[in-house]
Ligand binder design. Structure first.
Ligand SMILES: Nc1ncnc2c1ncn2[C@@H]1O[C@H](COP(=O)(O)OP(=O)(O)O)[C@@H](O)[C@H]1O
Ligand SMILES: [Mg+2]
Length: 318
């Protein structure tokens, strides 16, 4: 089956600044593709080009058979979008917003009545349905935005940070609803800066940084692909010197060392059981007391760090 979304050198510049840089990425029909990257990576800009809200500077994208530049109206018929920053409308209660949205999506009066109630209960806004969204918290507004997609059940659902500012129970509810939507046959493209969300929800994850695609694959394959499959996190009583850090990197089977802080290291290595004694011995010799030591499986953050040298949190702060 041909991909349902195909980006071809998709590029967006704002003046001299390149927000999305020659993106080549395909979304397969029926999958949940997570677009993961720190704030400013270019995720929202990418999604807005796909939904024809903004025009590419260069390159293009195909949504189904439609080129977003040539046939934006047709491309839009396949898409439903939940925006990162919900737009304000002239109607302002969740009840009115969703009824209006359901009407635009072509639902009959009877269907609307049933579905709007159902969705408001699903996102736990039934009791607040007649209040103004202007007075809502960020998380409540997000839930109204997601509810629109759940009513519409579009062929392609594009969701931008769907669970930002929503508590963990609410996140799980929304993830399950998105999974159900996918199981019914929708394709979902999800932008997120949350590692866990990308990991548990996505069939494949595309990692973006500074407008560029770093890599795209199944979460497990991404994690398995990085050299130094074992991760050891070490906290030290005092900061490590540059010289000691260089020596640490020289220890056989140590693949890489990431300094989270000068006294907090992440060591990527192979065959940890064998190397770990050498590492503890090294710190003793260097008179660097180890405060704690923890082994972990590689995460998507480690994949991101492998490509950028930074954790997502560090990249976010940059
Ligand atoms: N309309 C705009 N004008 C100028 N710069 C913009 C505009 N929209 C986004 N940017 C910049 O483009 C970069 C990517 O933004 P965005 O796509 O929102 O990233 P993300 O969604 O990954 O956080 C950021 O540096 C942002 O400041
Ligand atoms: Mg964004």
């Amino acid at each position: 089956m041909p991909p349902i979304i195909r980006m071809v050198n998709l590029t967006k510049k704002f003046g001299e600044f390149t927000a999305v840089d020659h993106l080549n990425l395909e979304v397969e029909e029926g999958e949940i593709l997570g677009l993961l990257g720190p704030n400013g990576a270019g995720k929202t800009t990418t999604l807005l080009m796909l939904t024809t809200v903004i025009k590419p500077t260069e390159g293009t994208a195909f949504v189904g058979p439609y080129d977003v530049g040539q046939e934006p109206d047709k491309a839009r018929t396949l898409i439903g979008m939940a925006f990162q920053e919900p737009k304000l409308l002239w109607v302002d209660s969740p009840w009115d917003i969703l009824n209006w949205h359901a009407k635009v999506c072509g639902l009959s009066a009877e269907e609307r009545k049933k579905k709007v109630r159902w969705v408001l209960e699903q996102v736990e806004l039934w009791n607040d349905r007649l209040k103004s969204v202007h007075a809502f918290s960020g998380g409540m507004r997000k839930r109204v935005e997601i509810a629109k997609i759940l009513i519409q059940r579009p062929k392609i659902a594009i969701v931008d940070e769907p669970t930002a500012q929503i508590d963990i129970v609410g996140k799980h509810r929304i993830w399950n609803m998105l999974r159900e939507l996918r199981d019914e046959g929708s394709t979902i493209l999800l932008a997120t800066n949350e590692l866990y969300e990308a990991d548990v929800l996505s069939d494949r994850v595309a990692i973006m940084h500074k407008g560029k695609l770093l890599v795209c694959d199944e979460p497990k394959k991404l994690k398995d692909s990085i050299p130094g499959g074992d991760v050891v996190e070490i906290a030290l009583e005092k900061d490590i010197t540059t010289a000691a850090l260089a020596k640490l990197k020289e220890i056989p089977r140590v693949v890489n060392v990431l300094t989270i802080k000068q006294n907090q290291l992440k060591i990527y290595l192979n065959q940890a059981e064998e190397v770990l004694p050498k590492i503890t011995e090294f710190f003793m010799k260097e008179r660097l007391q180890v405060k704690s030591i923890r082994m972990s499986e590689p995460s998507l953050d480690d994949v991101f760090a492998h490509y950028t040298g930074l954790t997502i949190e560090e990249a976010q702060r940059e």
